[in-house]
Ligand binder design. Structure first.
Ligand SMILES: [Zn+2]
Length: 455
């Protein structure tokens, strides 16, 4: 059996792994590469494998860096089943649809093609089959897959593959585990990551492998402090939000803070069509969520009277006419595109305004520049001087920190013997690998792009 790393090696995004047995080629995730230099064409490149030769695909969760090349996979000849949890299927649909306009804009600007069209998304969705957590699915001869709640976003999973001994180098049945992205524990609205029972080989994300996050329980208070400081001086608070999960967590926290009268009732704009549609799916999938606080009077965890969902472009532009202190939640989270740029153009140079970073900022993105303290940035070819206050609340991160990742790596039946670290910048993965060695875990590999391993 061979395992090849076709993505998420030297960078956080582009998740794509291939497990090949004697009878099947199993693709785990098929995500887009994000956060590259402008006009990069990586997502247009041919796959380094024959798409038509892939037997089956599994998807850990709906984020674009795990799903973004699935329509291209189908377009290039893949004709098998794509397994994902049922909420992931719903979310992946809107994520892929939403990506079309962004890709078209970029293609027009850079003079290159698009990786897929609307029709490819339709066909891709027809291949996708929703499964439940804990359901045993025989995805190929001698390989049984199971999805487990990863607590990262709605529907997110880590996937265990139980492989028959006839396929393994040891001659014994083995359990190969793909972590996907792992969330933090004690996250409001999401269950904790299901503990891993055991694993022989673990492909583990390490996005925050060298960080220990702020305390989760104080993040509501920190959010209130940021809101009150910007609103108190009459400014606009911009929150570039990842449309899935972070936005719903923010709405949930704001709902609680407003209910407790810890922040004033200023207009709050949710200015992202994707986030608005995703929030609808969250409302429909309440049974997958865990709420540690009763909903406010309206019975809706994600809405309050001063919330304005601006779906259309006209509604979005009308926010400009509102001169009151306000909060604007807009995508995209890394500020590499989307409606947030229009608001940044207007408010980033205002001393009384603020921008709150609540998620990972990939290299080369505008978000990373701002996080790193850039004083002047370029938005739509305009130079903008940053006078607004930049805030950062790491506890909103949807990725587990070093403590969480280490906990996951020690399953119920002793530490995982063999680990591959993915999804992290190289120095971060190296620091995490060094840390794991101090914890007695020595067989840790940091694979390179396209590197193959015999299992
Ligand atoms: Zn993710």
């Amino acid at each position: 059996m061979q395992l090849t790393f076709y993505g998420a090696t030297e960078q956080v995004t582009g998740s794509c792994f291939l497990l090949q047995t004697s009878k099947a080629k199993i693709l785990i995730d098929c995500g887009a590469v994000q956060g590259e230099q402008a006009c990069a064409t990586t997502n247009l490149d041919d796959f380094p494998f024959e798409a038509a030769s892939i037997t089956v695909a599994l998807v850990t969760h709906a984020h674009f860096d795990h799903t973004g090349r699935l329509p291209k996979l189908v377009r290039d000849g893949f004709n098998g089943i794509i397994y994902a949890t049922t909420p992931t299927k719903s979310l992946a649909h809107i994520v892929l649809e939403d990506s079309l306009s962004v890709m078209r804009d970029q293609a027009a600007k850079c003079g290159h093609g698009v990786p897929f069209e609307e029709a490819d998304v339709v066909v891709c969705m027809a291949h996708m089959k929703g499964v439940s957590y804990g359901e045993q699915v025989e995805i190929a001869p001698g390989v049984v897959a199971m999805f487990h709640d990863a607590g990262h976003i709605l529907g997110s999973s880590y996937i265990t593959l139980s492989v028959d001994g006839s396929e393994t180098a040891s001659g014994k049945p083995e359990r190969i585990v793909f972590s996907g992205d792992l969330g933090n524990d004690n996250t409001p609205i999401l269950p904790d990551t299901e503990p891993l029972d055991h694993a022989d080989v673990l492909i583990c994300e390490a996005t925050y492998g060298d960080k220990v996050h702020d305390d989760m329980v104080t993040r509501g208070d920190k959010l209130a402090t940021v809101v009150n400081s910007v609103i108190g001086r009459g400014g606009t608070l911009m929150i570039p939000a990842f449309s899935i999960e972070r936005t719903q967590e923010l709405l949930y926290e704001l709902d609680i803070l407003l209910g407790d009268k810890k922040i004033p009732e200023v207009p709050i704009y949710l200015d992202s069509p994707l986030a608005i549609r995703a929030t609808e799916i969250y409302r429909d999938c309440k049974s997958y969520l865990v709420f540690d606080h009763p909903a406010s009077n309206d019975g809706d965890f994600f809405a309050f009277p001063n919330l304005h969902e601006t779906l259309t472009q006209q509604e979005s532009q009308a926010i400009n006419l509102d001169h009151r202190p306000k909060i604007i939640i807009a995508g995209n989270g890394m500020m590499s595109g989307g409606r947030i740029l229009h608001h940044m153009l207007r408010y980033l140079s205002e001393e009384k305004s603020g921008l709150l970073i609540v998620g990972y900022q990939a290299a080369y993105t505008l978000g990373r520049q701002i996080q790193d303290g850039a004083k002047v940035v370029e938005i739509f070819h305009d130079k903008v001087t940053v006078h607004a206050t930049i805030f950062n609340i790491e506890a909103f991160s949807a990725h587990g920190d070093r403590t969480k990742l280490t906990k996951f790596i020690y399953p119920l039946h002793g530490a995982v013997p063999k680990i591959f670290l993915t999804h992290g910048e190289n120095d971060i993965k190296q620091r995490f690998a060094d840390y794991l060695k101090t914890q007695g875990i020595t067989d840790v590999t940091i694979p390179r792009l396209n590197q193959m391993f015999e299992l």
